[in-house]
Design a protein around this ligand. Structure first.
Ligand code: ZN
Length: 260
């Protein structure tokens, strides 16, 4: 069965900036979904900020194995209720791929629990994303690096928790470095942050970037979903697998504390 990807796009720059519209006439989200659909094992749908419930209703999220997130100018317009809904789905096992300026999205900051701040510069400079974990499935077929002739610089320090895996480290023409491909797990959900994607450069048309996106969807897909991560049932003493006598300080029915 195909992996069901859902590409969420903020869809603001495409409406306001002629350069972005020329590069992505159908929206960045459509271009990203097109990259995913090049793999017969992935089906890709799209959702945008402007749709009711930002296109992320319970029913739509229930159909998503992996959610991709591109946002930049309107993070604050995403309703907290939807963020909580997406977070619950990640805990249940939905994969999440956070792209470029999604580092400052509510959902990413919520899941990381840290500021997720970084340094940045817009100079159209060269970026080389070095593959530093060549055995990782996310970089299958990528080779030693991805070179982008024009990129927005994102530099360290990147205020995220220590990742599970570091897949890419970027070098920029101006001298900075950045951990540009990182993974985490939150509950049952696998999370990948991938730095490229500034809207005024045709980065999601780059064949290697498109390959990384497909690889990342496959990596983030967790078929072992967790039905209810919030469930925390008590397992009573008399139901323990082995005979068990309760020990330790406690308050007895007669009010006396301690062991008996
Ligand atoms: Zn940017």
């Amino acid at each position: 069965m195909a992996i069901r990807a859902l590409v969420w796009g903020e869809n603001v720059h495409e409406q306001e900036n002629a350069i972005v519209r020329e590069i992505y006439p159908d929206g960045m989200h459509a271009c990203i979904a097109g990259a995913l659909a090049e793999d017969g094992g992935i089906t890709a749908a799209t959702a945008t900020l402007q749709e009711p419930e930002h296109g992320l209703s319970e029913a739509r999220l229930a159909q998503a194995d992996v959610l991709l997130w591109w946002g930049h100018a309107a993070h604050g317009d995403v309703a907290d209720e939807i963020v909580t809904r997406v977070q619950a789905r990640v805990w249940q096992g939905m994969g999440l791929i956070v792209l470029h300026s999604g580092h400052f999205s509510k959902i990413f900051r919520r899941l990381m629990g840290t500021p997720c701040s970084l340094t940045w510069r817009e100079a159209g400079e060269r970026e080389r994303l070095w593959v530093i974990n060549p055995a990782h499935p996310i970089v299958e077929g990528i080779g030693p690096m991805i070179e982008l002739p024009n990129a927005e610089m994102y530099g360290e320090p990147f205020a995220v928790p220590e990742p599970m895996e570091t897949v890419f480290v970027s070098w920029y023409e101006g001298g900075e470095v950045f951990r540009s491909g990182l993974t985490w797990q939150r509950g049952g959900g696998r999370i990948f942050y991938f730095q490229p994607g500034h809207e005024v450069y045709p980065i999601y048309h780059n064949t290697q970037v498109r390959q990384v996106l497909r690889n990342a969807v496959k990596w983030a897909h967790n078929p072992q979903k967790w039905a209810d991560p919030d469930a925390a049932p008590n397992r009573p003493i008399d139901a323990a697998l082995e005979p068990l006598v309760e020990k330790g300080p406690r308050l007895h029915a007669d009010g006396e504390e301690g062991l008996r």
